[in-house]
Design a protein around this ligand. Sequence first.
Ligand code: FES
Ligand SMILES: [Fe+2]
Length: 434
Amino acid sequence: MKLVDTGRGLVSRDIFAREDIYGEELEKLFTRAWLFVGHESLVPNPGDYFVSRMGAESVILCRDRARRLHVFLNTCRHRGMKVCLYDQGNAQSFVCPYHSWTYATDGKLVGVPHQDPLYKGLDKNEWSLIEVPRMANYKGTVWASWDAQAPDFLEYLGGAKEHLDMALDRLDGEEGGTVVFGGVHKWIVPANWKLPAENFCGDTYHNPSHRSVDMIGIGPSARDGVKGRRDPELEHAQHLWISFPAGHGIHSAVRSTGEYFAAFKDSKIVEEYYRHCHEARKKRLGDKARLLPFVGTIFPNCSYHGRQPRALCVWHPHGPTSTEIWRFFLVDRDAPAEVKDMLRRFYMRYAGPAGMTEQDDMENWNYATAGARGPIARRYPFNYQQSLGAWRNGDPVPGVVSTQMTEENARRFYDRWSQYLAGAAWPQLLGSEA
Ligand code: FES
Ligand SMILES: [Fe+2]
C-alpha cells in the first residue's frame, strides 16, 4: 500500500515510526517549508537572542546592533560547535566555546585567535554564521525557510491568515499587539511530531479524551456551576473545519449570538477588561466579530490555540518517535497585570507538561506512536475515513470547508506531506498545478 492514500482514507503507520522516513522529512520537508522560529518580543533589544530550532537543527534568533533580526544556524564554521549554549539572553558577540572564533550579532566572523600566522589569507567574510535565506516577521511572529525559492510567507499562509490573525491580534480586534508572556514551556514526549500537528488541524473527535477535565471547571472565569476546560465561548456557534492549499488545517467557529459569555466574579478589573474587549471587537469588526478562532496548524509543525489558552505550539521533530514540544503563551501587550496573572494560572493548569488538558493529549500521542512501532501493528494502516467527501469550496468562508466534524484537514495535511517527500516543486506545494 502507498504510505498515504487519502482517497481511501488510509495512512500507513510506518510514517510515524520509521527512521528512514524521519530522515527524509528532515531532508525534504524541514529544509523547505516555512517554520515558526520565535517572537520578536523575546528579543526586544540589540544583542538579544533566543535559541530556537528549525527541524532538528539549532538556530539563533538574534537582534543585531542595528536592531535587525537574523536567524542563524547555531553551529561554528570551524568545527561545528554550538556558538550559543544558552536558551536566551543578550550578547556582545557569539564566542565559540571550542577555539574561540567570534561572530558579531549580525553573524560576521570578527575574531580568529592567532589569525596571523595560523590562518594567513583567510577571508573572514566567507566564514560568517550560516543565515536563513528567507525570514518573515508577521505581527511579531518570526518565520523562516531554508529554501531561497520559497514563496513569500503571506502567499504560503494563504487563506489561513485571517484565522491565525485572530490568535495574533488583540482581543479587542485591533491588529497585532500580542506578546509572548512568561517563559516558554519546553518538554520532550515519546511521540511522532505529526500526531500533535494533525490533532491541532481540528481533531474535534478526540473530545472524549478530555472527559475528566470537562467534568470540573478549569476555564479562565470558572464560574460557579460552569463545567469544562475552557470558558463556553464557542457555544451557540457553527463550527468550521477548513483546509488551505499549503497544507494548513484550521478549526474556527461562527457564533450565532454576540453576547458576552464570561463572568470573572473574583476580579472587577478582569471582568471589565474582557467585557470591554468584547464590545470593542464587535464595534471594530462588525459582523466579522462573529468569527472566532479555535485551533489550527500552520503546515508543517506550528499550531495555535486561538482562544484561551492563547498560545503558539511548535512540534519539533526530535527523532522518529520523539517530539520536543514548545509552547509560547500569548497575551495582549497592554493587558492589566491582574489579567496576565489570571491567565498565567489558567495556562499552567490547562497546558504544558503538567497541564491537565495537555496530559490527556500527550498520553494519546505517546501510545499511538508506540502502536506504530511493532512489526505486526505496522501492517495495518490508520483510519482517516471520517466524513470522506463531505466538504464544500469557499462556503461560508474561503478554503475547503466542512461544517461537519471531519478528518479532511488531516487528509490534506498528509497529502501535502507526501508531496514534500516526493520532492514536488513550489507551485504544487501551494496547491497550484506545476
Ligand atoms: S569549533 Fe568553533 S572555534 Fe573551533
Ligand atoms: Fe486535546
